[in-house]
Structure formats: structure tokens, C-alpha cells
Design a protein around this ligand. Structure first.
Ligand SMILES: NC(=O)c1ccc[n+]([C@@H]2O[C@H](COP(=O)([O-])OP(=O)(O)OC[C@H]3O[C@@H](n4cnc5c(N)ncnc54)[C@H](OP(=O)(O)O)[C@@H]3O)[C@@H](O)[C@H]2O)c1
Length: 278
């Protein structure tokens, strides 16, 4: 966290279901130690169940107590369950000054359009969409969501830009994780893509994961990366300023499409979305 602050990366993306609230407490302590000003907090409400009155209010109150702040900078509705009701409560909290910007996460284009209509009615701009996007998972670009965001001045944040470590250098040994173990089969499909990534990395004197991060930034997408080490943070800070050529982008995309590798899937969390009540 300290390295991120040093590098000028001041946005921290959290949700209560990541680490069961532990990150919020760590973050509050960190912000207190360094003086919390100029830190942008991005937090979320995850509706695992149907809407219940005051559910967002209660969750945000816990967040704010942990952050030791009276507001969050960006607040995302993490899943498209009972969109109208959840957004109505988020709008109330926005009007009370507890939320500065509203975003939606894991939403389809249709669900984003609906959210925008709801927010427009309240006179609030939809701040952003936070979905899964990476070099090998570009469904949201292909189906028009990315363009729709750009046309409407809505920022698009990508999670799992490194596909949980799959879009990193295959020659570098990393710590074992169950996720990586299950995904290793995909690595065989990605041999040609790795070759292109290594060539681009060489040309810019950067690392392979930086190519994946720079790719997103060059597509006008905000890459959210799961940096576990200070070095990964400084690499990310540098990567977002690297200008790839249109030829490099085309070669990366061609190799990614040819690989047929599917790691997480663009809409992996659809299974958690509750069906509309009749
Ligand atoms: N909105 C949503 O539904 C949603 C869902 C998931 C995630 N997110 C957000 O997206 C963030 C990132 O997701 P993620 O952590 O799951 O996936 P990720 O960024 O694709 O992958 C994280 C892994 O990449 C490796 N890594 C990171 N930087 C690296 C670098 N410079 N060089 C080499 N390896 C590097 C780390 O591996 P090692 O452990 O081997 O170092 C880490 O375990 C989360 O922290 C969260 O804020 C949002």
C-alpha cells in the first residue's frame, strides 16, 4: 500500500467479500498512519441475496467505520441483482454525501443502460463500469459495452487484467496457488501469445505482465491489478504510461484470439445474480 502511495497510485479497490472485511480494517489503519488525504477509496456493495431495506446503508456504515472516513469516493453495486432497489438506496446515500461517485460492476450492456437511466432520473452521472477484461477476455469490447462507456463519458475499469497470474511471464516461477494449478492447462494454448508478449516486452524494455497492463491502458481501460508485492506496484505505475503501437496491439489481439484460451470468462459471476422476483 505504501509503495502504491509513493508511486502516485492512490486508488484502492475493496469489497467486504474480499477477505471478509479484513482489508477495510487494514486500510483504515494504513490511512491513519500516513494521513488519509489524497487517497481514493473504491468500495462495493455485493448483493448476494435479494434486496432488503437498508442493506446497503448497513454495509456502507461498516465500511466507513473501518475506513475512519465519512464518505467513499466511488461505490459500486457489485452484482446486477434487484438493480432498481439497490440503486435507489445508493442514490439516497449519495445525496447524504456518503458516496461521491456511483458505479456498477459485472453488469451487461443492457443492465448498464438501465442503471444509467435510473441515475439520470436522479440527476447523477453513472461514474463507471467495473467488469472482467483482459487481453484474452475482450467480450465487453466485442459486444459494444466499452464503446458505450466511452460515448457516455463513463469510465471502464478492468479486473483480473493479469488473469490471476496467467498473463505473466511463463519463464518466471511464481508462488503456488490453487487457482494457478487449475489454470495451468490454458498456458499450453497461450504459447504463441507469450511469444508476442515477450517480443513486445523486449522492444519497450518492460516485463511481460507490464505488456498486459499497458495493453489495457492503451485501450482506454483502467487496469485494476492484484499487486501483492511492492515491485508489482511500481511495474503497474510504469506500465500505464507505455505507448504501444497499433501494430503491436493488433499482433497481441490476433495471438490472443488464436489461442482460444478462456481463463475466467467475462461474466463469471452471473451465477450469483438473483433472478427477478415475479
Ligand atoms: N469487481 C469485481 O467483481 C472484481 C472481481 C475480482 C477482482 N476485482 C478487483 O481486481 C483486482 C485484481 O484482481 P485479481 O488479483 O483477482 O487478479 P489479477 O490482477 O489478474 O492477478 C493477480 C495476480 O497477478 C500477479 N501479479 C500482479 N502483478 C504482477 C506483476 N507486476 N508481475 C507478475 N505478477 C503479478 C500476482 O501473482 P503472485 O501472487 O504470483 O505474485 C497476483 O496473484 C482485485 O484486487 C479487486 O480489487 C474485482
Amino acid at each position: 500500500m505504501l509503495e502504491a502511495k509513493k508511486q502516485g497510485l492512490v486508488i484502492y479497490d475493496l469489497a467486504r467479500d474480499y477477505g471478509l472485511g479484513k482489508a477495510q480494517k487494514m486500510f483504515g489503519k494504513f490511512a491513519e498512519e500516513i494521513g488519509g488525504e489524497n487517497i481514493i477509496i473504491s468500495a462495493k456493495y455485493t448483493p448476494f441475496t435479494h434486496y432488503k431495506k437498508d442493506c446497503v446503508r448497513k454495509s456502507l456504515a461498516k465500511d466507513l467505520a473501518d475506513f475512519k472516513r465519512s464518505y467513499v469516493d466511488i461505490y459500486w453495486l457489485h452484482l446486477p441483482t434487484d438493480i432498481d432497489q439497490h440503486l435507489a438506496e445508493i442514490i439516497e446515500l449519495y445525496k447524504e454525501g456518503k458516496i461521491r461517485n456511483i458505479g456498477v460492476s459485472n453488469f451487461t450492456l443492457e443492465e448498464c443502460r438501465l442503471s444509467k437511466r435510473i441515475l439520470d432520473k436522479a440527476g447523477i452521472q453513472l461514474y463507471g463500469v467495473q467488469n472482467h477484461y483482459s487481453l484474452i477476455s475482450r467480450e465487453w469490447e466485442k459486444n459494444g459495452l466499452l464503446d458505450w462507456c466511452k460515448e457516455n463519458g463513463i469510465s471502464f475499469w478492468a479486473w483480473a487484467v493479469l488473469e490471476e497470474g496467467m498473463l505473466t511471464d511463463p519463464r518466471v516461477k511464481t508462488k503456488f496457488s490453487l487457482m494457478k494449478f487449475f489454470m495451468n492447462r490454458q498456458k499450453r494454448k497461450m504459447r504463441e501469445l507469450y511469444k508476442v508478449m515477450i517480443a513486445v516486452a523486449k522492444r519497450h524494455d518492460i516485463t511481460v505482465p507490464q505488456v498486459a497492463e499497458a495493453y489495457c491502458a492503451n485501450k482506454g481501460v483502467v487496469p485494476i491489478c492484484g499487486c501483492r508485492k511492492p515491485k508489482q506496484v511500481s511495474e503497474l505505475a510504469d506500465a500505464v504510461n507505455i505507448k504501444l503501437t497499433s501494430g503491436e496491439i493488433r499482433k497481441l489481439e490476433e495471438a490472443a484470439d488464436k489461442s482460444g484460451a478462456k481463463v475466467l470468462g467475462a461474466d463469471i459471476f452471473r451465477m450469483f445474480v438473483r433472478k427477478k422476483r415475479r
